[in-house]
Design a protein around this ligand. Structure first.
Ligand code: PLP
Length: 453
């Protein structure tokens, strides 16, 4: 490991310039205190004070191969020396190669790749493709979802972050997807939850007019909203409903794709092939911004003889594509997807379940691969969340105390409402996971103190 060199004076300067000029996402600008980060490698990053953190967030759940993989860094450097940039209308070796490698890994006949600079733009374009393909206006999406922060993507998003930019959500119909632990359908079993969720979706479609619905957009495994693995049969059921009504099925794999779940795509676990699949993040671990839509032959056919009215200046940027080619090669060579599956099945999953047995504040453990959530509760009987929905300030104190305990122990935690997600790099070692679990163990003791007496 690189030994972090403490340089508090530089840290203070970085922080001062940030506070003066950087306008941060999702934040009240004067109420935040961003950590000044000096460097990162593998599953770790460090600050200017010499503190090293095991990153249990993978940035924003995207550094699937860890930070600074030397082969990917070298590939980006090599590409920069050869051809830093070239416009999207041309055929470029590295762009063709990235598209080929992605298409070979996506399920079914998703063989054409439209490149974007990130996840939200992928969702925007998937929605546009679906509307043009079907000639229908409405898009359906689930509550408890996140699809990005641009116009259509934020309106499809089924969480409170939508509220600040909701324009009335024209053309968006939201529904409840299955989530047994906090079942919207009062179900007791997975089978019941699945059946009721599918019936609810069918009823919603019937009342909306099936012929008005262009697409159903779902995260294969909803990530930000709580890593809620769908019950067996649910996604196959949605596929069947889409086929019956001529609706385009969009799976958003921006977070779940490229190894996160211990498979190339989460859809692989559920044996389901969407018509459009959105990706970003893990495609090149965010070394250079890249996202895209993988397109089925049926949807691609719509744009075979008439133009697709959409595009981006940096679509398929050579540096981003070089990072993707190198990332996918490294993932094959180092068997990173298999490693993520192994870690999930034998180390991280069992370790988190063991913590849940000893810490009453853990209401449920969910996930697969390196994609896990702990649902923290005040009361395991009622499943009342450890903090109220969308809590801030003093109401959020128990989660803030939990997060502070993690950081004190050298683990950077992902915290969202009453949940913490264990989402380290897919390359995380068994020893690193064990180190993380022991920090979580101590931090959960802090959470336990905030439960009802
Ligand atoms: N879709 C999903 C499932 C995501 O998790 C995210 C980001 O977290 C997005 C879309 C948006 O991606 P981006 O932030 O790259 O625009």
């Amino acid at each position: 490991h690189v030994t972090p060199q403490a340089d508090p004076a530089k840290g203070a300067a970085v922080k001062a310039a940030d506070r003066a000029h950087v306008f941060h996402s999702w934040s009240a600008q004067e109420l935040i205190d961003p950590l000044a980060v000096a460097g990162a490698e593998g599953a770790y990053f460090w600050d200017y004070e010499g503190n090293r953190y095991l990153d249990f967030t993978s940035g924003l759940v995207y550094t699937n191969i860890g930070y600074q993989h030397p082969k990917v860094v070298a590939a980006v450097q090599e590409q920069a020396g050869r051809m830093t940039t070239f416009a999207p209308a041309f055929a470029i070796d590295v762009r063709s190669e990235a598209a080929r490698l992605i298409a070979e890994r996506t399920p079914g006949d998703l063989d054409k790749i439209f490149f974007t600079n990130g996840g939200a733009e992928a969702v925007e374009n998937a929605v546009r493709m679906a509307r043009l393909h079907t000639g229908r206006p409405k898009i359906m999406s689930a509550y408890r979802s996140y699809h990005g922060a641009t116009a259509a993507a934020i309106n499809l998003t089924g969480d409170p972050r939508r509220w600040g930019s909701d324009n009335g959500s024209a053309g968006v119909v939201r529904f409840w997807a299955p989530f047994l632990y906090r079942s919207p359908f009062y179900a007791q079993t997975e089978a019941e939850e699945c059946a009721r969720a599918l019936q609810h979706l069918e009823d919603t479609i019937a009342f909306e007019n099936p012929n008005s619905i262009a697409a159903i957009v779902l995260e294969t495994v909803p990530g930000t909203a709580g890593i809620m693995t769908p019950p067996p049969g649910y996604l196959a059921g949605v596929r069947e409903i889409c086929d019956r009504y001529g609706i385009v099925f969009v799976l958003d794999e921006v977070m779940a794709g490229f190894g996160r779940t211990g498979a190339w795509f989460a859809a692989d676990h559920y044996d389901v092939v969407p018509d459009l699949l959105t990706f970003a993040k893990g495609v090149n671990s965010g070394y250079v911004p890249l996202g895209g839509v993988a397109i089925s032959s049926a949807v691609a056919e719509t744009f075979a003889k008439k133009p697709y009215p959409g595009g981006l200046t940096y679509s398929g940027h050579p540096l981003a594509c070089a990072a993707a080619v190198a990332t996918l090669q490294v993932m094959e060579e180092e068997r990173i997807v298999e490693h993520a599956a192994h870690i999930g099945e034998h180390v991280l999953g069992p370790g988190l379940r063991e913590l849940a047995e000893r810490h009453p504040s853990v209401g449920e453990v969910r996930g697969l691969g390196v994609f896990w959530a702990l649902d923290l509760v005040r009361d395991p009987e009622t499943r009342e969340p450890l903090v109220p929905y969308n809590a801030t300030g003093p109401a959020n104190a128990p989660m803030a105390a939990f997060a502070a305990a993690c950081k004190k122990g050298g683990l950077w935690p992902f915290v969202n409402m009453n949940r913490t997600h264990a989402v380290p790099a897919c390359t995380v070692s068994e020893a690193e996971v064990k180190e993380g679990l022991s920090v979580l163990d101590a931090a959960l003791s802090v959470a336990d103190e905030h439960m009802v007496a």
